[in-house]
Design a binder for this molecule. Structure first.
Ligand code: AMP
Ligand code: MG
Length: 542
């Protein structure tokens, strides 16, 4: 069993109470504020944010919290069980030192410029400054309307909040760059939602998640200033971001802007490679949902590949064009980076330095993708001769419905050292097939053909089975937040029982460990979940 760096028992608990948290609100102190303090929907010009308070809720109650995130911000995890904590992170109490605000941003939605969007239901409480000088922004999602709420209510329902809470933490423990989640609090209020946009709205329990990240700045924060020709504020925001979040790049200058863009391209690339490694589909990769830090942000209608299918998207809103399907994520990120490059162009005035970042992205996504596949297969490295092995792999995974997570995990158990029969060679993989009866004829012979090539490749590299298994089990997770698992946790939570949220978070803290006591979660998606809402299809309505 591997030591997991995030193992909570290995971190040193902090002892600060809520009132002892120190805030250093750089964003509001250093960037232009909207002078209008009222909370009406409007276009906000020349400002990076608007001050706005969370809306009070009826009866805030904690469902669960992530103790590692409490420790990250220097908060004693025992504080999380108090009513005061639920009051703060449900939106009813603002601590001294907090200075709540909503950010102004725009974005390209499904390929089209959508103008001003902004934090329509996210309210940043402030930036905690820890003893070692780190800054962590605390942000409530679903804490009521802001000037950016447009026609919506600023609220979030329990269903989507459970999904955001669990997935943020699951991604972190998988090693994927992501915003974190401190807490999940129900509000005691009911929220009206038309889940399928079919004219059948219903009431659902409201909830608030507290997200935590060094910064929540998105590509769209820069785009809105550029779209409005506000180069002065564009530059202020870029300089602010470089000084605070990319200090290693040095003092802002046109050359540093280009280096910064290159680093954003790199970080975005690495995030996408992780998504492709673990089978995550974001679902709404609009430019307003792209973090400047290369963190996975805004868990909405995301999903996890069960049957491997590059054409799959969980988002019903994207069902026709499938712009944000699994296999398209690398290209969409490149398109989004191109939009960011366009936005910061007025600060550089040359295309060549920006092109450098975009080209670097394309090179890195290709070489990094090859390296990632080599890791998933337990190979020492990727060489040109592996091209056909890779190409065939992607084909055999689509011949009949094949569970991505189980297949890669079980590939580690395929015997390579010994000359086993074809039946024994294939045996460990059988659990990954949704229709084992389809594993006959051409489908079976192509799988066997691939396994024989794989065996030749691994033997030539002289990799022992035990070493290969150990390496593969660090890159191919055993447990991911399968769509139906999140839905089961939601079903219980909606009845007032948060126990499965607790259990799944515990499971997903160690996604690469065997955890035999949780073996039931290493299983194919059950048949009932194939077409059930929330398990196979989701809408943006949350
Ligand atoms: P999304 O597609 O969830 O990233 O949201 C796109 C935009 O719509 C962002 O500006 C969100 O803040 C806003 N938005 C989404 N849901 C709501 C809501 N319930 N109330 C207010 N604004 C929302
Ligand atoms: Mg969003």
């Amino acid at each position: 069993m591997l030591l997991n760096e995030s193992n909570p028992r290995m971190t040193i608990p902090q002892t600060n109470s809520l009132n002892e948290l120190k805030f250093d609100n750089r964003f509001v102190e250093q960037l232009p504020a909207d002078p209008d303090l009222t909370n009406g929907r409007r276009q906000v010009m020349g400002s990076a944010f608007s001050r706005v308070l969370p809306t009070k809720v009826k009866a805030p109650a904690l469902v669960h919290y992530a103790r590692e995130v409490a420790e990250l911000i220097g908060l004693d995890p025992d504080q999380c069980a108090t009513q005061e904590f639920a009051d703060v992170f449900g939106g009813n109490t603002v601590l001294s030192g907090m200075d709540p605000f909503a950010m102004c941003y725009g974005g390209h939605q499904f390929g089209n410029w959508a103008g001003q969007l902004g934090d329509g239901r996210a309210i940043n409480l402030g930036e905690v400054k820890t003893e070692n000088g780190e800054h962590w922004t605390l942000q409530l999602k679903g804490a009521g309307p802001t000037p950016y709420s447009r026609t919506a209510d600023g609220l979030a329902v329990l269903r989507s909040s459970v999904r955001e809470f669990l997935c943020s933490e699951a991604m972190f423990h998988l090693g994927v760059p992501t915003t974190r989640a401190l807490s999940l609090v129900t509000t005691g209020d009911q929220v009206m939602r038309d889940m399928f946009y079919d004219g059948n709205p219903g009431c659902e329990p409201g909830a608030v998640v507290c997200r935590v990240a060094p910064s929540f700045t998105r590509f769209g924060n820069f785009q809105i200033f550029a779209a409005r020709g506000d180069v002065e504020n564009l530059q202020r925001l870029v300089d602010f971001t470089i000084v605070n979040d990319f200090p290693h790049l040095g003092d802002p200058s046109p050359e540093v802007y280009a280096n910064w863009f290159e680093e954003v391209c790199k970080r975005t690339c690495d995030m996408i490679l992780h998504w492709m490694r673990v089978g995550f589909v974001h679902g709404v990769m609009n430019t307003d949902n792209m973090s400047i830090l290369g963190l996975t942000i805004d868990y909405g209608p995301y999903g996890w590949l069960e049957g491997y299918d590059p054409g799959w998207t969980p988002n019903t809103t994207d069902a026709s064009g499938k712009r944000y399907r699994f296999g398209n994520q690398p290209l969409v990120a490149h398109w989004n980076l191109y939009q960011l490059g366009n936005a910061i162009m007025p600060l550089i005035n040359e295309t060549e330095p920006l092109q450098r970042g975009l080209d670097l992205y394309l090179d890195r996504i290709e070489s990094g993708g090859n390296e990632m596949i080599a890791n998933k297969l337990g190979l020492d490295r990727y060489t040109e001769e592996d091209e056909s092995l890779k190409k065939d792999l992607f084909e055999i995974l689509t011949l009949t419905e094949t569970d991505m997570t189980i297949w890669y995990r079980k590939l580690a158990d395929v015997s390579i050292e010994d000359d086993v029969s074809d039946e024994d060679l294939i045996k460990p993989l059988l659990e990954a097939y949704y229709e084992p009866a389809e594993l006959i004829g051409e489908t079976k012979s192509r799988l066997l053909g691939w396994l024989h090539s794989y065996r030749v490749r691994v033997r030539a590299a002289g990799i022992a089975d035990a070493d290969r298994r150990a390496a593969m089990n660090q890159t191919n997770p055993k447990y991911v937040l399968r769509n139906y698992l999140a839905q089961l946790a939601i079903d219980k939570a909606e009845k007032g029982d948060g126990s499965l949220v607790v259990e799944l978070l515990e499971l997903l803290r160690r996604p690469y460990d065997e955890q035999p006591e949780h073996h039931q979660y290493f299983a194919l998606r059950p048949e009932w979940a194939r077409h059930r809402a929330g398990c196979s299809m989701l809408s943006c309505s949350s």
